[in-house]
Write a protein that binds this ligand. Structure first.
Ligand code: NI
Length: 161
């Protein structure tokens, strides 16, 4: 396993649409393992393959730190409700902004063994699924932010005051 370089906003790879994974191969298995390791090392709750420069429909998500989801060729089947809150992205370091997302998401994806599964998620996990799946379309959360994109350092100062 290896930590991969996380691409940052302005890198054209982040604005491209990703291709479906047709079959699991040793290379893709290694990519998935590296994505998990890279996400944990960066203290992120999710990472999409284009963020490490690979235009494939693969995301990893772990909002609890102990329950990773590998989502290959993920598709959202159903959404409902609404949540408005802070969002950030490992490809937009040091920034945060308010984004409204569905509060419930039902999705279907394949795991690292290419077994199909469904996932129902609410709150942070639902937000993470929406955010990561956007990456596969070449979309970044900064285009959905309500109000200004803020510096995380300023937000931390506010909390201390
Ligand atoms: Ni992101």
């Amino acid at each position: 396993m290896a930590i991969r370089n996380i691409r940052e906003i302005g890198d054209a790879v982040l604005n491209k649409k990703c291709k479906e994974v047709k079959e699991m191969t040793p290379r893709i298995r290694e990519l998935v393992e590296d994505m998990l390791e890279t996400m944990y090392e960066a203290c992120g709750v999710g990472l999409a393959a284009p963020q490490v420069g690979i235009l494939k429909r693969i995301v990893v998500i772990d909002v609890t730190g102990e329950d990773p989801y590998v989502m290959i060729n993920p598709r959202i089947l159903e959404t409902s409700g609404e949540q408005t809150g802070q969002e950030g992205c490992l490809s937009v370091p040091g920034k945060s902004g308010i984004v409204t997302r569905p509060n419930y998401v039902k999705a279907v994806a394949y795991n690292e063994n290419m077994e199909q599964y469904e996932i129902e998620a609410t709150e942070l996990l639902a937000r993470a699924i929406c955010h990561e799946l956007d990456h596969l379309e070449g979309d970044l959360y900064v285009d959905k932010v309500e109000g200004p994109l803020m510096d995380v350092a300023d937000l931390e100062d506010e909390e201390e005051e």
